[in-house]
Design a protein around this ligand. Sequence first.
Ligand SMILES: [Zn+2]
Length: 340
Amino acid sequence: MFPASRFDGRHADAVPVRLRVEHHDLIVETADGVVLDYEQLGHVVVSEPFDHTPRLIGLPNGITLEVYDGDGGLTGALQQAGVRLPLAVRLQRHWLGVVAILAAFVGLLAVGYVRGLPAAARWAAFLLPPRLEHRMGEQFLVVLDKHHFRGTRLEPQRRAQITERFARAAAAAAPGVTYRLEFRAAGKNEINAMALPGGIIVMLDGLLNVVEDDEALAVLGHELGHVVAKHSTRQIFQSVGVGTLAGLLWGDFSGVAASVPVALGVLRYSREFELEADDFAVMLLKTQDLSAEPLYDFFLRMLEEEHERHRADIPIFLSSHPSTKERLERLHQRLYEPSR
Ligand SMILES: [Zn+2]
């Protein structure tokens, strides 16, 4: 028995009902057991299961049933009764898409049609359906939240300020690009920010606690640069095997990258990606009438941190290629030698 709401398609009111799945039939009845509908499962349309949204079941006579299936009981019952639709939907949405992309990716590499792995990875990353890319990012965040991050302790007001300011700059620098800004704290490697696949940008309290607001905007600009160029997804395509990649996209994360070092290791970008993101940050600052100075100041601050800290505790931001010194020199050129 599954509690549900019944909409008859003519009135807006929802009638509370109960659903039963018997053999290959769906039975809708009132609380007192009066049967309202009796339909073969082959004739009903069941919506795809999403987290936190009700399943919708459409009957041929225009009646819609809304069921909250949090524990997956209904999904199980439908599957047992042989309802093929969710499987078909899943095949279509996930399996075929993923297999096609992976096959094409491997094919491209094998044939050498595209020169080298980075080019093939770039191609595949931009072809990947946004839904899958986002899913991959969510899985990274789940692992990091479980083992590494803690809730932010930043004042809600400051968070709102940073979010709003960044939103304005992002709309100007990368109109139409979707991202999601998340605030977190962390015990180790606190002076950090990162871009996960699917546009998820994580900003850590430790970083915001030591920078000015302009610098925070510069760092967020840098991370948005990674998002725009899909660096994290490209990095994943480049650095993990095809089997692992299938696991990531398919959703079986446990055996793939369930540890923080692996998850963070994947986000260690190449020199080229970092410099590209720096350039994007400078461009974003420009849309807000700022020079490259906030980013320069930030790296200067990072250089000081590097000197103060022990090597083992150097945040990813700092230990990445290129070196902070190289990035500073590049920005210095932009700031003081514009003609070069
Ligand atoms: Zn970066």
